[in-house]
Design a protein around this ligand. Structure first.
Ligand code: FES
Length: 317
């Protein structure tokens, strides 16, 4: 199912950062979502991008969705389209909200860590935790005051937030080695931001159980083919077709080559848009979306990057 949403407002938030308010026709109620969820927006033919939903306590039937888009110098077209072409009043197609970055709501303490525009899913989480009366803190690193968005929100939650501004505070934040010091037993920790920040985050949280550590990536490089990648066959249960995937090809590319068009967005294994049910065979997961438990179950895979360990895999397509 797809949504048709009208761009009701485009608001400047900071240097290079716009927020969009999106509504259905007549302001009709929209599907609810949980904190950490995102939408795929079909911005133009062939241009689908994922954006986190900002507002954290929208109830079962929100009447608007809000997302933010940072202009990325290395953009493949999505953020540039939003900043330069998208206008108030236009309609965009959107996926239903999906959540691969869900909040554990009953944790005794929640530490949030954001880099730049990576704040958006964490804003939703912070609002949700606040509404539930849970203990939380946010470490937020931005490059400069000019690039600091959502100042009203920041002010509202100022007593929970440790803000680091590189240009003001003497360079990038250097406190990673103490990130988890003093975290209560059973605390959960979440991060969203650029790749180098997430590398530091993963190192800093190695002592925690993997179930306590959650991260969402953006701007990751597409997973490269690996030496030894072999040809395999994909059997499509619903359409009755069989497609061969070459070593240098992704499943998605192989399906597109025979005229199919399954949903996809980031092509980097980070958004979850191409998630497809696996009915038989063993996936070779290459994505950054599924948890260890989900990988071990093997009943779903991201077809933009993951392959098969078996010579045949059967998909629910
Ligand atoms: S298209 Fe984003 S994970 Fe596959």
């Amino acid at each position: 199912m797809e949504l048709s949403l009208r761009v009701m407002a485009i608001e400047w938030q900071a240097e290079g950062i716009l927020s969009l308010r999106l509504q259905a026709a007549g302001g009709a109620p929209l599907p609810g979502y949980s904190a950490g969820a995102h939408l795929d927006l079909h911005l133009a033919p062939g241009l689908v991008r994922s954006y986190s939903l900002i507002d954290g306590y929208p109830g079962d039937a929100p009447t608007a969705y809000r997302v933010a888009v940072a202009l990325d110098a290395r953009t493949r077209g999505g953020s540039r389209h939003v900043h330069e072409k998208l206008r108030v009043g236009e309609w965009v197609r959107a996926s239903l909200p999906r959540n691969h970055f869900a909040l554990v709501e009953d944790s005794p303490f929640t530490q949030l860590v954001a880099g730049g525009i990576g704040i958006t899913p964490l804003m939703a989480m912070a609002d949700r935790l606040q509404a539930l009366g849970r203990a939380w803190r946010l470490r937020w690193c931005v490059r400069s005051e000019d690039q600091l968005p959502f100042r009203d929100w920041l002010q509202r939650h100022a007593s929970h937030i440790d803000l680091h501004i590189d240009a003001r505070d003497g360079g990038v934040w250097a406190g990673w080695s103490g990130l988890i010091d003093g975290l209560p037993v059973g605390a959960h920790i979440y991060a969203c931001g650029p790749a180098p920040m997430l590398v530091a985050f993963e190192q800093a949280t190695q002592a925690l159980a993997s179930s306590q550590v959650h991260l969402e990536r953006f701007g990751a490089a597409p997973p490269p083919p690996q030496a030894g990648d072999a040809v395999f066959t994909v059997r499509l249960q619903r359409s009755g077709r069989t497609v061969t995937v070459a070593p240098e090809q992704t499943v998605l590319e192989a399906l597109q080559a025979v005229g199919m068009d399954p949903p996809s967005s980031c092509l980097q294994g980070v958004c979850g848009a191409c998630e497809t049910r696996v009915l038989a065979g063993v996936p070779d997961h290459r994505d950054l979306v599924l948890s260890e438990q989900e990988r071990a179950r093997g009943d779903t895979m991201m077809i933009c990057c993951s392959r098969a360990k078996t010579t045949e895999i059967v998909l629910d397509l």
